[in-house]
Design a protein around this ligand. Structure first.
Ligand code: FVH
Length: 289
């Protein structure tokens, strides 16, 4: 029997992401039931062939695989706790953004109720779902991951990190940390350039090329950190301190706040003060853990 006949899917939560995921599942011809706390968000999906459930209980009864795409950890419990007994023996794939410990708590909750639990972190925005470039990171039950590959890959590339339910969220949030720091750096640079009258768009063009070139160095950062040898002949922390001091002076002169760049200066200053000035910038990793 084909996977879609074996496993009707239910999607709980029809925000922007839940709607995109349900639409991707429907496109594969899989029987799909949808539910949302506030009624009225299922019209397009029902027109495309989904079954709209009036209650979460009805929705859970209809699916063997329950995909949960709600706001946060609290909303997952708010929706699932009342139907925990109904979920027993079923598979729950939770794609709600939850902190790693919250994902682990949900894994333990699921185990107590006889539910197979897979946690996921979505590395995409809703329009990317079903398109190349979207990926979802998973951890938790290998049985749920392996048994639903076709379903999962209809939404996005699927990568499995291990049985610890908190792993996907850890990688998700690590990547988001990288992303937020990059965007915040852009905002600081745009504020600097704007002080001269140049446009943020002009800066964006140059910043894109610069960040793309600098990103090529990231694998070497990884190798150095894993090797734990921070000795260097070039651009040691003393060098970076001088550069950062100048950037901070330039920012102050331009009236740009130091909220983004200030913490990086603090990290460098601390290492130099502690006698690590001759080591590479990558040593900053040691200050963070
Ligand atoms: N949208 C994105 O770009 C990001 C990409 C990365 C991953 N995130 C996470 O995905 C989760 C859902 O995101 P979303 O974009 O669908 O979010 P909203 O459009 O705000 O929809 C939220 C849904 O959650 C429902 N909800 C909220 N609280 C409760 C509750 N106590 N009980 C039941 N449902 C609840 C809400 O229902 P309603 O307000 O319409 O009644 C929406 O269906 C999220 O974790 C992102 O971080 C998306």
């Amino acid at each position: 029997m084909a996977e879609n006949q074996q496993n009707p899917v239910t999607v709980l939560g029809l925000g922007a992401m839940g709607q995109a995921l349900a639409a991707a599942f429907l496109k594969t011809g899989r029987p799909t039931t949808v539910w949302n706390r506030t009624p009225g968000k299922d019209a397009d999906l029902v027109a495309a062939g989904a079954v709209g459930a009036a209650t979460v209980e009805e929705a859970v009864n209809a699916g063997e695989v329950i995909v949960v795409v709600l706001l946060d950890h609290a909303s997952v419990h708010a929706a699932l706790d009342p139907v925990a007994e109904r979920l027993s023996g079923k598979q729950v794939i939770n794609l709600t953004s939850t902190a790693p410990e919250e994902s682990r708590e949900l894994g333990r909750w699921a185990e107590r109720h006889g539910i197979d639990y897979l946690d996921g972190g979505i590395m995409a925005v809703p329009p990317m779902i079903g398109q190349p470039g979207a990926s979802i990171l998973y951890s938790g039950s290998p049985k749920v991951f392996d048994g639903n590959r076709e379903l999962l890959e209809s939404a996005a590339a699927a990568d499995y990190f291990g049985e610890d339910a908190g792993l996907a969220a850890t990688w998700d949030f690590a990547l988001l940390s990288n992303m937020y720091a990059m965007f915040a750096g852009f905002l600081h640079g745009a504020a600097l350039v704007r002080s001269t009258g140049a446009s943020a768009s002009a800066f964006a063009e140059r910043a894109t090329a610069w960040v793309t070139a600098m990103a090529q160095l990231i694998p070497e950062y990884g190798r150095i950190i894993d090797g734990g040898d921070y000795t260097t002949d070039v651009q040691h922390l003393n060098f970076h301190k001088a550069a950062m001091d100048a950037i901070v002076r330039a920012s102050r002169d331009a009236g740009v706040a130091l909220d983004v760049i200030g913490p990086i200066k603090t990290l460098i200053d601390r290492q130099v003060a502690d006698g690590h000035g001759a080591l590479a910038f990558e040593r900053t990793f040691e200050e963070l853990r």
